[in-house]
Design a protein around this ligand. Structure first.
Ligand SMILES: [Fe+2]
Ligand SMILES: [Fe+2]
Length: 314
C-alpha cells in the first residue's frame, strides 16, 4: 500500500490517556509531520487545547494504518469507560474520512469496501444503544457538506429500516445504499454544488443528473447490488410519479429509494444551509405529511414518526 498517502481523522476520535496503535501526523504547508508516535498518549490538557484548534482538517493517519485505526475505534465501541454519547460521537467522527474518500478520491471501489465495516458498526451501535442514535447525527448544524448529509441520511435510513423490520443483512445493504445515494454528485461541478442561492435552469439540469451519474458510477463495480444502485438512481422519484429521472411511481420505486427519498428531504429540511433556515423536526415532518405527502410512501412516512420518537430528536 502507498506509504505516502494519508487519510484525515478527527482528533475527537482519540481519547486522552489511551495509547495509540498508529502514528498521527499533522499537515503544515503541504507537508506531513509526525505528531504522535505509536504507543504515545495525549495528555488531557493537551487534547483540550488541540480540540479547540481542531477544525477537522488537521490530523492524519497513514493509509497503510487504516485497519489499525478501525480496530482502535472498534475497541472504543466495546469500552465500558465511555458513555453511549461519547461512543456515538467517536463512531460518527471516525466515519468522516470514508465520506471524504467517497467524494474526493478516484477509487470509489475502495470507498465501497471501506464503508462496509462502518455500516456494520452503525448497526451494532443502533442495536445496543437505540436511545442514543441521535448522538450520531451531524454535530455541526452549520454546514451542508455532501458527506455530512450522506451520513445523516444513512443513520435515519437505518432507523427507518429497523422500524420496518428489516433483518441485519438488509440493513447493511440499506446502510450502504443510503451512504452512497448522492455518489453521482462527484460528477457535478463544484460551482453548482456549492452555489449560494437558487440554481438556474441549466445548472438545475446538471444537478438532477446526479441520480443517473450515481448509477453509472456504481455500474462500474460488479459486486454492488441492484438495491444499492436503486438507492442512488431512484431516490428523486416521487410516489405520485412526478419525480426524476424515470418518473416511476409507487411500488415501482425500490423500497431503498423510497426510504432515501424521505430521509433525504427530512435531513435537508432540518439542516442549516446557506440560504434557508433549518426547520424543527416536528415542522419538517408536518410539512412532509401535509404539503409534500404525495411524494412519499405513506406507510414509510408514518414509520418515520416512530424513528424520530425513538431517536428522541422530535
Ligand atoms: Fe440526491
Ligand atoms: Fe441527498
Amino acid at each position: 500500500m502507498d506509504n505516502n498517502s494519508y487519510f484525515r481523522i478527527r482528533l475527537s476520535t482519540i481519547r486522552p490517556d489511551k495509547v495509540t496503535t498508529f502514528n498521527i501526523y499533522i499537515l503544515i504547508d503541504g507537508k506531513y509531520y509526525l505528531y504522535l508516535k505509536i504507543g504515545d498518549r495525549i495528555s488531557n490538557g493537551k487534547i483540550e487545547t488541540l480540540h479547540n484548534r481542531d477544525t477537522g482538517d488537521s490530523f492524519f493517519v497513514r493509509t497503510s494504518d487504516k485497519e489499525l485505526y478501525r480496530a482502535w475505534v472498534r475497541e472504543e465501541m466495546n469500552s465500558n469507560q465511555l458513555t453511549p454519547e461519547q461512543k456515538a460521537k467517536i463512531l460518527r467522527e471516525s466515519s468522516i474520512a470514508i465520506m471524504e474518500d467517497l467524494f474526493e478520491v478516484p477509487d470509489v471501489h475502495q470507498a465501497l469496501d471501506d464503508a462496509k465495516p462502518i455500516v456494520a458498526d452503525f448497526i451494532d451501535f443502533m442495536e445496543s444503544h437505540p436511545e442514543s442514535m441521535h448522538f450520531m447525527l451531524s454535530l455541526s448544524g452549520h454546514d451542508f457538506y455532501t458527506y455530512n448529509h450522506s451520513l445523516d441520511v444513512s443513520i435515519y435510513a437505518l432507523g427507518l429500516g429497523a422500524v420496518l423490520g428489516y433483518d441485519k443483512k438488509t440493513l447493511e445493504e440499506l446502510g450502504l445504499g443510503s451512504l452512497f445515494h448522492d455518489v453521482g454528485k462527484r460528477n457535478v461541478s463544484l460551482d453548482i454544488l456549492c452555489k449560494k442561492g437558487p440554481l438556474d435552469d441549466a445548472e438545475w439540469a446538471q444537478m438532477k443528473m446526479h441520480a443517473t451519474y450515481g448509477l453509472q458510477i456504481l455500474n462500474q463495480h460488479p459486486d454492488v447490488s441492484d438495491a444499492i444502485k436503486a438507492a442512488a438512481f431512484e431516490h428523486h422519484e416521487s410516489w405520485e410519479g412526478n419525480g426524476y429521472p424515470q418518473q416511476i411511481r409507487g411500488q415501482e420505486i425500490h423500497p431503498f429509494a423510497r426510504i432515501v427519498a424521505l430521509t433525504d428531504t427530512y435531513d435537508a429540511m432540518t439542516t442549516q444551509r446557506s440560504y434557508n433556515k433549518p426547520m424543527s423536526p416536528l415542522d419538517a415532518l408536518t410539512m412532509m405529511k401535509e404539503k409534500l405527502a404525495g411524494r412519499y410512501d405513506p406507510e414509510m412516512l408514518k414509520a418515520m414518526h416512530s424513528v424520530l420518537f425513538k431517536m428522541r430528536a422530535a
